[in-house]
Write a protein that binds this ligand. Structure first.
Ligand code: CTP
Ligand code: MG
Length: 166
């Protein structure tokens, strides 16, 4: 899951600049995605996740941690892209229900990346997903994600990368 977990903190660290929605508004008068979703965050986030995943692939190719599920280049790309795609879909819906950029939206804020990455993995590489997304694996992902999310956001807040601790 590391290629799915890294893109969000990397986007927060590297993000900023031109928003993906270009400032455009939906028919409800609110922003499509908002200023919290930028091209730089998206590109740097995806690249960070893919890079980490490629390191994992090469480490496993060298026979290290061979007992762990074998990542592939495709699965790494799907996980990283899916994580931030899920984040964007979350922001789109978040704007539609009237929540401002940066407002807390419990559950959705934590699980957007899980839903996005696992869904894209299922669509893009069903064979891989069918083998590796077992019930215990999904159970541990669902259990650990909010804890990791909380820890990452507290670190982000303490270091000034994030304006809010969620
Ligand atoms: N970020 C970015 N581009 C992205 C995703 C995130 O630049 N595609 C950066 C933004 O600076 C954002 C920060 O990472 O403020 C934290 O991300 P997140 O919590 O997902 O965004 P929010 O600001 O909370 O916006 P939203 O309410 O839309 O989730
Ligand atoms: Mg947020």
């Amino acid at each position: 899951m590391l290629p799915a977990y890294l893109p969000n903190p990397a986007a927060a660290f590297f993000g900023g600049g031109i928003p993906i929605d270009g400032g455009r508004r939906w028919s409800d008068g609110r922003r499509l995605l908002g200023d919290g979703k930028t091209w730089r965050g998206l590109i740097c986030g995806v690249l960070s996740g893919v890079l980490l995943g490629l390191i994992q692939v090469s480490v496993q190719d060298a026979g290290i941690l061979a007992w762990l599920p074998r990542l592939t280049v495709l699965s790494v790309v799907l996980l990283a892209v899916g994580a931030l795609a899920g984040d964007m879909v979350k922001s789109f819906v978040k704007r539609r229900i009237g929540k401002e950029r940066g407002a807390a939206w419990p559950i959705a804020d934590q699980y957007d990346l899980v839903a996005g990455s696992l869904l894209l993995l299922l669509i893009g590489d069903f064979g891989f997903a069918a083998v590796h997304l077992t019930i215990p694996v999904v159970f541990w992902i669902l259990l650990l994600t909010p804890l990791l999310h909380r820890a990452a956001n507290l670190i982000g807040y303490a270091t000034g990368v994030k304006d809010v601790p969620w």
